[in-house]
Design a protein around this ligand. Structure first.
Ligand code: PFF
Length: 446
């Protein structure tokens, strides 16, 4: 047992963990999903629901996942069994499979981003919407999409094979500051556009109360919150297992959730002014999964050389954000195989990567399939969040207690978190899950 614990790697510092966790959280979900879902319906109502879900539901889930990993000191596959017995092995299996499912299409979208980045850099931007659609068609089909998918996976695999400290922590430490600098500069630039104010209004202030009752908006807000914070699928269980004994879990969770939400909001403050300045409102309202890859290049294409520079920065940013998330998605199944079968890291990495590549081929070849995978995985995350809070709140509440250090967080916060995990999160998440499931099925059947 002791030797097993001493073999587990640990983050070198608190900052190392925070950057890795923020790296996992900030990704395509913030830069592509947030604006896409906000524009799909809801606008400000979506943003409000999203923030409420993060504060009320996701923070306790975050702490519960970290506590599970830190207490069990095991991979996401084995942690639920270690604390709760073999009845809980399905939760471990969910944690093993869900990241594989997400990574299989996540790396396809990373391929689109890389292709758009290189196209902007080497050849320039499309002249109008129809050229942009044609360009996206070429990016998202044929051999280039398989190339993008495979190269993104290879890059991810190379980083994960270097380990937690030398791979994941090192890459996130160098990439996250760059990401924040680009994001900040782009937000300022977007604020100088003529349609900036109109963009902010559409995104943040046009409040349609009916949207709060719209199941699709509720589903989008739940999915976005869980996806964006990388919750419900064992990532934070794995990352929590590399934390030192002294860590203050609520504080860490709050820090990561705040930074992630800030990035989602900033991405909206960049994309909405672009949409409205360059007359792309229509392309937002009938947005598809490829919206960002069509409307952003179209808008920037009409802004001359500066537009091109911004496009290069934007898609570079998207790729940097995505790679720090894809490594977290790969780390979960890899550490699980290492834990369960005593495989070495390299062997686990390449086994999983090859499997993910094959699983991703249907999504690479058809954007509708990719959309279906995305919808199903998003609902699985919500379900995973429900199970985690139920598990930590009802099945092993003492373990949760022991991981919330009252001397550090204070009696009130500790009580609040335990109360939320036990009484509020399971029913609220179950509600979000059922609404999302019905909405998904309704969409499929209609
Ligand atoms: N949070 C990442 C994003 O917003 O793009 C993606 C992601 C990573 C989702 C890890 C889920 C996950 F477990």
């Amino acid at each position: 047992m002791d030797s097993k614990i001493s073999q587990r790697e640990q983050w070198t510092s608190k900052l190392g963990f925070i950057l890795a966790a923020v790296g996992s959280a900030v990704g395509l979900g913030n830069l592509w999903g947030f604006a896409y879902r906000a524009s799909q319906g809801g606008g400000a109502a979506f943003v409000l629901l999203y923030v409420l879900i993060v504060l009320i539901v996701c923070l306790p889930v975050f702490v519960a996942e970290l506590a599970l990993g830190k207490n069990a000191m095991a991979s996401s596959l084995l942690a639920p069994v270690k604390l709760g017995g073999t009845n809980w092995s399905p939760l471990g299996v969910l944690f093993f499979l869900a990241p594989i499912g997400i990574l299989s299409y996540y790396s396809v979208i990373m391929g689109w981003a890389a292709d758009t980045f290189f196209h902007s850099l080497l050849f320039g931007l499309p002249k109008d919407l129809s050229e942009a659609k044609e360009f996206f068609g070429s990016v998202s089909s044929g051999s280039s999409v398989l190339l993008g998918h495979s190269l993104s996976l290879v890059l991810t695999a190379l980083i994960v094979s270097s380990g937690v400290k030398r791979g994941i922590e090192k890459i996130t430490k160098s990439f996250m500051p760059i990401l924040f600098i680009i994001l900040f500069m782009l937000t300022i630039w977007a604020g100088s556009l003529s349609g900036a104010w109109e963009g902010y209004q559409t995104f943040l202030f046009k409040f349609d109360f009916d949207q709060l009752k719209n199941p699709t908006t509720i589903r989008n807000a739940f999915s976005q919150a869980f996806f964006s914070l990388s919750l419900g699928i064992g990532i934070m269980v794995a990352y929590g297992s590399y934390l030192s004994k002294k860590s203050n879990l609520p504080k860490l969770s709050f820090g990561v959730a705040s930074l992630d939400t800030l990035v989602g909001l900033m991405a909206g403050l960049i994309t909405f002014p672009i949409f409205l300045t360059f007359g792309l409102s229509d392309s937002i309202s009938d947005s598809t999964i490829g919206a960002l890859f069509i409307s952003i290049p179209t808008g920037l294409g009409s802004a001359g050389i500066l537009g091109r520079i911004v496009a290069i920065a934007f898609f570079g940013l998207v790729y940097i954000a995505a790679i720090t998330s894809s490594v977290s998605l790969l780390e979960v199944p890899v550490s699980s195989l290492m834990d369960k079968f005593r495989f070495d890291r390299n062997k686990s990495v390449w086994l999983v990567a090859i499997f993910v590549f094959i699983l991703g081929i249907p999504s690479a070849l058809d954007t509708n399939t990719l959309g279906t995978f995305d919808s199903v995985c998003n609902i699985l995350l919500i379900f995973g969040g429900f199970l985690v809070t139920f598990f930590m709140g009802w099945v092993v509440p003492k373990k949760l207690d022991s991981e919330i250090d009252v001397s550090k967080v204070g009696v009130k916060t500790a009580r609040y978190l335990k109360f939320m995990t036990k009484w509020i999160c399971p029913p609220l998440i179950a509600f979000g899950f059922l609404i999302s499931l019905f909405d998904l099925l309704k969409g499929w059947l209609s």
